[in-house]
Design a protein around this ligand. Structure first.
Ligand code: F6R
Length: 608
């Protein structure tokens, strides 16, 4: 979703702003723009194309202070006039990420004060509001602070003023923003990857913080206006970790990074002889001992991880578990149980609905909160009592891949730790699970070897409009995930069903034009699944079966078999995800879609 970069330096900041925007491209956007302060003027360049186009258009733009933005349209179509930064009275420029909910009321009021609106965005009210306070003689800091008190909604903003070439203002509430500390130069950005080019020293702003940033230093004020100190973190990100390297797309790279990402996520556990609750935080042992149920809240792919975990948690740990889509839970009247552990799952830790769901749960009196997240300094992690960080590294492709499989690994650890604390795990079984976890990265590597065969299989999907995915039990959420991957990057309409549901409706869709993808592990439901697949074949449906060894499936007319190297027991959903990711990737390649930046989608969904 929208990305912000800002810089104040003794050199021309335009190349820094553009390089930063390139790094933020993955978040998803449909227009881009920048403003620099030059000789007490605001020089603005905007474009509806890619950052590369903005780069061409800003070849002659120079300045030592500037802000830049990639916009993912919410209020107003993607167009140059709606692209940020927005300017008020030729003096104030603002780049904004988030949504201002009371913008209509503010717009009416500001119009009555003779402010002229030149865009359809909610952001423009911020620029005019700041200007209305600035024009009364307030400093840029005070004017911004005053304007922010009038906003309802979520924002991260960068602000500059034409007559103030030594000052950059940044603020956040509900959307991410961090400050980069250089030597005699400072920066702001939506995430650290945008600033690796200039610094590794990052200060994560907290909710409501406003930063007043100059060449030589910066001051941070909290929501109450008190000056506060925030720690400087040395980012562990490297330029290589956000570069494509030998791969054609980030999605392909990230699919291939899964063995390492799993090994990194499981490192602490796999190197020890037994499981300890401490991996979830210092208070985990006491918290986990006090809970009698689990509520998982997440969106999209992260929600699918939660659905798999429910099977594990109930079967292995014997703990009742509910899994809810965060955007539904936050508005539903639910009955809280104070002994519930609320688990939020998120790659970014900035998903607006997941954050709101967690806050809603807390407002209902839930005190036991755990986040499973891939971004250490994210809002979600900070809002939760306990945390387990997945160590997938930066995920750039919009379609989540390595984040999902590492979330599953973390959720399996949670299951085992809870099972142990609740007396459901013998020493012997614990050792068996640890053994399987140690083997998981190499098992994932073996599945990746199917890539050429899957690339070939994908050719058969290129002319299809629809696809059906089937799974049962633990693997039904994997069918859901396979369908989501296919639809979001290849734009083929795909649906997933628990295979037993087929004859209750979806079988009506099956004919020779309907590819049916089946996730077929060698588990207790195998024979049932086989019967379901017979129902498909009997109606002429073309089957694509991802089957474990010894499942006695054979390729034949209408049955395309992809043999998985082994059956991984409880960890099987993690391995069965990988070929479905590869299938979606190669079908998208066939169709020539923008794999890493599928249309209409954004990486971090920081608005509701
Ligand atoms: C799909 C995908 C999305 C995200 C969802 C939640 O490939 O990436 O469905 O899973 O937007 O995002 P996070 O995990 O960042 O909260």
């Amino acid at each position: 979703m929208c990305g912000i970069v800002g810089a104040i330096a003794q050199r021309n900041v335009v190349p820094i702003l553009l390089q930063g925007l390139l790094r933020l491209e993955y978040r998803g956007y449909d227009s881009a723009g920048l403003v620099v302060v030059n000789n007490s003027h605001l020089e603005r360049v905007r474009s509806t194309g890619r950052v590369a186009e903005l780069t061409e258009k800003s070849a002659s733009t120079h300045g030592h202070l500037g802000i830049a933005h990639t916009r993912w349209a919410t209020h107003g179509v993607p167009s140059e006039r709606n692209a940020h930064p927005h300017i008020s009275s030729d003096v104030i420029a603002v780049a904004h990420n988030g949504i201002i909910e009371n913008y209509e009321e503010l717009r009416t009021r500001l119009t009555a004060q003779n402010y002229v609106f030149t865009s359809d965005t909610d952001t423009e009210v911020i620029a005019h509001l700041i200007h209305s306070h600035y024009a009364r003689g307030n400093s840029l800091l005070v004017a911004t602070q005053a304007a922010l008190t009038e906003l309802v909604g979520a924002y991260a903003i960068g602000v500059v003023a034409a007559d103030n070439p030594d000052l950059l203002i940044g603020s956040r509430k509900g959307s991410p923003l961090l400050l980069g500390v250089g030597e005699g130069e400072h920066f702001i950005a939506s995430d650290a990857s945008a600033l690796l080019q200039v610094t590794k020293n990052m200060v994560y702003l907290e909710e409501g913080d406003v930063a007043e940033i100059g060449l030589r230093g910066y001051r941070i004020f909290n929501a109450k206006g008190d000056e506060v100190k925030r720690p400087v973190h040395i980012s562990e990100l490297t330029n290589e970790s956000v570069e494509l390297g030998e791969y054609r797309h980030y999605m392909q790279k990230e699919i291939h990074e899964q063995p390492q990402a799993l090994a990194d996520t499981l490192e602490a556990v796999c190197n020890s002889q037994s499981l300890v609750p401490g991996i979830f935080g210092a208070e985990a042992a006491t918290t986990f001992a006090d809970i009698d149920s689990i509520l998982i809240l997440a969106c999209g792919t992260s929600h699918h991880a939660g659905l798999v975990a429910r099977y594990w948690l109930e079967e292995i740990a014997g703990i009742p578990c509910n899994v809810e889509i965060a955007s539904e839970y936050r508005y539903r009247v639910s009955v809280p149980n104070p002994k519930t552990l609320v688990v939020t799952i998120s790659q970014s830790g900035e998903t607006a609905d997941t954050l709101a769901a967690l806050n809603h749960a807390k407002s209902l009196g839930h005190v036991h909160t755990l986040s499973i997240c891939n971004v250490p300094e994210s809002a979600l992690v900070r809002l939760s009592k306990l945390r387990m960080l997945t160590r997938a590294g930066p995920e750039i492709g919009v379609a989540s891949t390595k984040a999902f499989t590492t979330q599953l690994a973390a959720l399996f650890l949670l299951t085992l730790v809870l099972a142990k604390l609740h007396g459901k795990l013998s020493k012997e079984v614990e050792q068996q699970h640890l053994h399987a976890l140690r083997h998981l990265p190499s098992a994932a590597q073996a599945v990746l070897n199917l890539e050429p065969a899957i690339a070939k299989l994908a050719e058969r999907f290129s002319d299809k409009q629809h696809a059906l995915f089937l799974g049962r039990g633990l693997h039904y959420p994997i069918a859901l995930e396979g369908a989501l991957k296919l639809k979001e990057i290849s734009y083929i309409h795909a649906e997933a069903y628990p295979a037993g549901e087929l004859k209750h409706g979806p079988l009506a869709l099956v004919d020779k034009n309907m590819p049916v993808v089946a996730v077929a592990p060698n588990d207790l439901l195998l024979e049932k699944l086989k019967s379901n697949l017979q129902e498909v074949r009997a109606r002429g449906g073309e089957l694509y079966v991802f089957a474990d060894a010894n499942t006695r499936f054979h390729s034949s007319d209408g049955i395309n078999l992809m043999q998985m190297p082994e059956h991984a027991g409880f960890l099987s959903p993690i391995l069965h995800t990988i070929p479905l990711q590869l299938l979606a990737y190669y079908v998208a390649l066939q169709k020539g879609t923008d794999v890493d930046k599928p249309r209409n989608l954004a990486k971090s969904v920081t608005v509701e």
